[in-house]
Design a protein around this ligand. Structure first.
Ligand code: NAP
Ligand code: GLV
Length: 317
């Protein structure tokens, strides 16, 4: 009897400057014993590298990788794959989808929306002023609009619907999410915006979505609406956001992401009284939960199959 040989796993490099690369290496080798994992910047003979696991790789980091067949993002976003000229069209692209990351994002978004619904900021200000007074808060009447109904957006929308919020979601193609009114297309976006008190952004950053949250869109939200951006800073025209906050059209912005990260010290977001800032931490990539998923994509690649969560170049995500 003959048994099929297990295909050899690709020689893999991790290029994620600033991250704990040795921890990723340990988790990967535990998930795929025998896998050869090299760490940036000590990549050895780069012509031997067949797969790369990437987060914000420096320009030129992939130069000379003539055998590269798989470029896998260590996060959900893939701009760093699509914008790297060293990744040719023949290279398969994968992105990270990890239930642990989804759980983190759901909790972050739920926290942000609940804080708005109970006017946590208003009560904090009252405490500072020594004021014992009931405020008029939206509570469950806050209507949530979710931009993006993918892995993260659909899960967050469903969790918010489960908490009793009226949730409307928007995606490129028609979707179905339990408890959520799902819309698509330009008319769908108009309808969502007109009926949204709290706009949550979980779109990927693509040519179509860059700058989507601009003065025109903000002007169509009901007066006093809130923005929660946990996707990418490039979705928001920052000057338009500041103008909408300053003229009272928008009541608050909760921003986990900004156009330039880290946010420059001179940026007006730091001290704006209506902005709540966090340093891109809504949903982190965790080596121990993600490694088995990445290992499976490497095994698939070795067997000539696409990675678990492939990126479609034509749609940009
Ligand atoms: P995903 O599964 O690819 O879902 C993207 C969603 O956006 C889909 O519903 C898609 O529509 C929709 N979409 C894309 N282009 C659109 C367009 N032009 N018009 C309308 N809808 C459009 O992505 P994900 O895993 O949920 O992640 C979303 C983003 O979250 C990532 O790209 C990343 O930027 C961000 N993120 C941030 C953090 C953080 O810590 N702040 C962590 C992880 C991810 P279809 O359903 O029709 O395809
Ligand atoms: C984080 O921002 C990610 O894209 O995973």
């Amino acid at each position: 009897m003959t048994t099929a040989a297990t295909p050899r796993l690709p020689v893999t490099a991790i290029i994620a400057p600033g991250w704990d690369q040795p921890r990723w290496q340990r988790a990967l080798v535990a998930a795929a014993p025998g896998l050869e994992v090299r760490l940036w910047p000590d990549l050895g003979d780069v012509s031997e590298i067949e797969a790369v696991l990437l987060w914000k790789q420096p320009a030129g980091a992939l130069a000379g990788m003539s055998r590269l067949g798989l470029a896998q993002s260590l996060g959900a976003g893939v701009e760093h794959l699509l914008n790297d000229p060293a990744i040719g069209d023949h290279v398969a692209l994968g992105r990270a989808v990890d239930p642990a990351m989804t759980g983190e994002m759901v909790r972050f978004v739920v926290h942000a929306v609940l804080a708005i619904s109970v006017d946590a900021a208003g009560y904090r200000a009252q405490q500072a002023a020594g004021l014992w007074e009931e405020r008029s808060v939206p509570g469950g009447a806050l209507r949530v609009g979710m931009l993006g109904l993918g892995e993260l957006g659909a899960a967050a929308a469903q969790a918010l619907a489960g908490l009793g919020f009226t949730v409307t979601g928007w995606s490129r193609s028609a979707r179905q999410v339990a408890g959520v009114t799902c819309l698509s297309g330009a008319d769908g976006l108009n309808q969502l915006i007109a009926g949204t008190d709290c706009l949550v952004n979980l779109l990927p950053l693509t040519d179509e979505t860059r700058g989507l949250i601009d003065a025109r869109l903000l002007a169509r939200l009901p007066r006093g609406a809130h923005l929660v951006n946990v996707a990418r800073g490039g979705h928001v025209v920052e000057a338009d956001l500041l103008a909408a906050l300053d003229d009272g059209r928008l009541a608050s912005a909760t921003l986990d992401v900004t156009a330039v990260e880290p946010l420059p010290q001179s940026h007006p977001f730091w001290s704006h009284p209506k902005i709540v800032l966090t340093p891109h931490v809504a949903a982190a990539s965790t080596p121990e939960t993600m490694a088995p998923i990445l290992a499976e994509s490497l095994r698939r690649h070795a067997a000539g199959r696409p990675p678990l969560d492939p990126v479609e170049r034509t749609r940009g995500y």
